[in-house]
Design a protein around this ligand. Structure first.
Ligand code: TYD
Length: 210
């Protein structure tokens, strides 16, 4: 990780429908952190998000998809994340680099080493202080998402989501010191308490309080 101070970067990760967006918001509110997300948190990112996710857009090849996710992240860091961290803020991001490893790597089948090189370049090596995985079985997440068509990734079906879920668990096990795995099956309030306990035990209670 590049040297920087004094902000903290926390990434929330998990498969579609795991409840991570709810948890990211609750955590950011309680920490007094800036809440942001990928893909799509910048003007450029809004366009990229549409191209990547909308089912009525032109086909996107696997490598183009990985590059566009990386482009979104580079812009997100330049415009939103790095200025906030430099100013001493804590930042909670709903998805970050692990989404690329999980979805483009384990989901689509792109080589993980190649993706790691792409991520390293796009982020200049800026890794989260902590990545929180909201872990739910793919079937539970699919039930929560309901029967709507959803975006391009949700439309991939259950076996794709299962590969992504297994990928996330493997990534978390490989880097246990910088990942927190939270069981996302209980209700949102119980999950939020578990996230809070885990995050504050590792990083303290937020700017000015940790
Ligand atoms: P998200 O905004 O979390 O979806 P939703 O609004 O339905 O909660 O994420 C959009 C999708 O983009 C999600 O299916 C995962 C995918 N994605 C990748 O495949 N790679 C990435 O690097 C990122 C950031 C997201």
């Amino acid at each position: 990780m590049t040297a920087r101070a004094p902000g903290r970067l926390i990434a929330l990760e998990g498969i579609d429908g795991c409840g991570k967006s709810t948890q990211a918001k609750l955590l950011a509110d309680r920490l007094g952190a800036l809440l942001t997300f990928e893909p799509g948190a910048t003007i450029l990112g809004q366009s990229l998000r549409r191209l990547l996710l909308d089912t009525d857009q032109a086909p996107v090849s696997e490598r183009a998809e990985a590059l566009l996710m990386a482009a979104d992240r580079a812009q997100h860091l330049a415009e939103v994340v790095v200025p906030a961290l430099d100013a001493g803020a804590w930042v909670v991001t709903d998805r970050y680099a692990a989404s690329t490893l999980a979805y483009q790597g384990f989901g689509r089948g792109i080589d993980r080493g190649e993706l790691a090189t792409l991520i390293e370049w796009a982020t200049r090596g800026l890794a989260p202080d902590l990545t929180v995985l909201i872990d739910v079985p793919a079937e539970t997440a699919a039930d929560r998402r309901g029967r709507g068509a959803g975006d391009r990734f949700e439309a991939q079906g259950i076996t794709f989501q299962q590969r992504v879920a297994d990928g996330y668990r493997l990534l978390a096990a490989e880097e246990a010191t910088s990942w927190l795995v939270i069981d996302g099956a209980p209700g949102a309030e119980a999950v939020a308490e578990a996230v809070w306990s885990g995050v504050t035990a590792t990083l303290g209670e937020g700017p000015g309080r940790g």
